[in-house]
Design a protein. Structure first.
Lengths: 322, 281
């Protein structure tokens, strides 16, 4: 493994770490205040395409050490897509089976990607982000597999597993601290399982208690996969409101229009959750005027083409021959 | 649970655990999500698919007496068995199956309080993916009990004359006509709204967050004092396709002991699609 030459023995060696961080890229033309530096941390440059690679790697490592993961006993996990894709690809590389239980409203691209990565797939009628305790849905179906077919499946349970937090405490947080050389004043992200915020915030506030951690959440009825409306946050066991300074609610349609803006103005082909986070950051920057901010962009737009077309139908204009 | 009008129709998860494998006790799982049973179920339970096994596949109707007999005979259920039903979504379709069992005269049928989610939430409750088999029986059903079922003409008459009290158990948005069906549900209707004169009491009013039924005192406060239902008047519950209304039908008839309660299983998908029906929004 050599991060300087970027030559590796297997794909898992490309997972992020302090020595191999995901890039941070400055947002220029869309930034409303020149005295506020805003950097986008491009998590789609993880090996399997999203920030979830970090949690998935820690969950698998832990299961290998303590959870009885083996060639015969694979993984079952409820997921809105990204964790499933990360787990499935890693399982493929390591020789484990993977079963993903996904809500129906997850974009087709993600469901197909799960199949491409070799996952068995169950699609259930559920909220777009599986929520513990909110009805039956994908979490209970995955739990059923794990209990009824314990010889075949173990469930990492990203919604309750502290390894999800540890992944960000040990990688994302330290990367941001080093990449901003300790100058960080604002961290912008969004909440789903809450692993990212809890891990990053714990690490960064230990180094600098004044860092403001700002969560940007979609309005009710949203279809931004992986994220929760504010009313659903309490169901996340990894949710720790004491280390979040602000929670902003943003009209979810802006997730899609800001994603388009980022692509067309900054060349950042960011997905809708990144668009939402950027809109929250933009509002805070207009208010606070001065600072050094990092916005975590969880994944890129490639998996959301069908959602983008739904929210911006003009995108299909001129795509057919006349 | 002992305060209910008919406490014998409800069992706890502890009771089910204690009676696993007992002769004369037959478990049946009926879910909204028809893939859940195959993923795992309580050991010894049969799974009935509400779409293909409890509904006639040609006419829109409940299965016939003969089909019910065949279904239960193949599952090895005898007329004298204690049948315990459970399922997802706080027993929506388990309650529908309960209503069907009562329609065809099964004497001892019960619901597992809290359904499959409660079982799953409790540590050390066993689940298996093994297929259940029992020797076939010769089950004999009674003629359908028409006093448990409301047909559209009766519903229309009840609405027009303010005869029977109508209870709409759907969500407030379905009642108001803002939506025709809950998100993701495929069975729908031509129009939104509710039957004139119906009282809105969403099915979920009857259960705690863990899916178990509220106490009799709480249920009386909701349905009698709150919604103003009169226990001795004829009552008809409806929803969209008849499963959530079966849940409320169970509450009103067996937990509160209302004298005459019927389930309108045609519900809004029938009423809201027929030409010329009076609708309120």
């Amino acid at each position: 493994m050599n991060h300087a030459t970027r030559v590796y023995e297997d794909i898992l060696q490309t997972l992020p770490s302090l020595d191999n961080p995901t890039p941070m890229v400055r947002v220029n033309r869309l930034n409303p205040c020149p005295n506020f530096l805003l950097y986008a941390k491009l998590e789609w440059l993880n090996p399997f395409g999203s920030i979830k690679d970090r949690a998935a790697a820690y969950l698998i490592r832990d299961l290998e050490q303590h959870g009885g993961l083996s060639a015969r006993r694979g993984i079952v996990e409820p997921t809105s897509g990204n964790t499933g894709i990360s787990l499935a690809a890693m399982c493929a590389a390591l020789g484990y089976r993977m079963r993903a239980v996904v809500p129906n409203r997850v974009p087709l691209e993600k469901k197909v990607l799960l199949r491409i990565a070799g996952a068995e797939l169950d699609v259930v009628n559920d909220d777009v982000c599986p929520s513990p305790g909110m009805g039956e849905g994908s979490i209970n179906l995955a739990k059923t597999y794990a209990r009824a077919q314990a010889d075949k499946y173990v469930m990492p349970n990203q919604y309750e597993n502290e390894e999800n937090v540890r992944a960000h405490y040990e990688t994302t947080g330290p990367e941001i601290w080093r990449q901003t050389e300790g100058q960080l004043t604002h961290l912008f992200l969004s909440l789903g399982t809450c692993g990212t915020v809890t891990g990053c915030s714990r690490f960064l506030k230990e180094r600098k208690p004044g860092v403001r951690v700002i969560a940007v959440q979609p309005s009710e009825g949203h279809d931004v996969p992986g994220l929760r409306n504010i009313s659903q946050l309490d169901v996340s066991k990894l949710y720790d409101p004491s280390i979040i300074d602000e929670i902003l609610e943003v009209d979810y349609e802006l997730a899609y229009s800001r994603a388009l803006d980022l692509a067309r103005t900054e060349g950042l082909l960011a997905g809708p959750s990144s668009g939402l986070i950027f809109e929250g950051a933009r509002r805070v920057i207009e208010r606070d005027r001065v600072g050094v901010g990092v916005a975590i962009f969880p994944d890129n737009v490639f998996k959301y083409v069908s959602n983008m077309v739904k929210h911006a139908p003009q995108l299909t204009e001129g795509t057919q021959s006349r | 649970m002992s305060d209910y009008a008919h406490p014998e129709v409800l069992v706890t998860t502890d009771w089910v655990q204690a009676n696993l494998g007992k002769s004369g006790v037959c478990l049946v799982e009926v879910d909204v999500d028809t893939q859940a049973y195959d993923a795992g179920h309580i050991p010894g339970a049969f799974g009935f698919n509400w779409q293909t096994q409890l509904q006639d596949q040609l006419t829109r109707d409940i299965i016939s007496k003969e089909a019910f007999e065949t279904l239960l005979s193949r599952a090895g259920i005898s007329n004298g068995d204690t049948v315990v039903l459970y399922g997802d979504h706080s027993n929506w379709f388990a309650a529908y199956a309960f209503w069907l069992f009562k329609m065809y005269g099964h004497a001892d049928v019960r619901l597992m309080n809290g359904g499959r989610a409660k079982w799953l939430s409790e540590k050390d409750r066993p689940l298996t993916a093994e297929k259940t088999t029992r020797p076939a029986t010769r089950y004999r059903a009674a003629a359908p009990d028409a006093t448990l079922r409301a047909r559209v003409a009766e519903v229309l008459a009840a609405s027009a004359r303010r005869g029977a009290q109508l209870v709409d158990v759907r969500s407030p948005d379905e009642f108001s006509g803002k939506v025709i069906a809950p998100p993701g549900m495929t069975e729908t209707a031509q129009r939104g709204g509710h039957i004139p004169g119906a009282k809105s009491v969403p099915w979920s009013s009857a259960v705690h967050p863990n899916g178990t039924f509220k106490s009799r005192a709480d249920l009386e406060a909701i349905y009698l004092q709150g919604a103003g239902l009169e226990p001795k008047r004829e009552t008809i519950a409806y929803c969209r396709i008849g499963e959530r209304s079966s849940h409320t039908w169970f509450v009103l008839k067996y937990l509160l002991g209302l004298t005459s309660v019927r389930n309108y299983d045609g519900s809004w998908t029938e009423y809201g699609s027929m030409v010329g029906m009076p609708i309120e929004r």
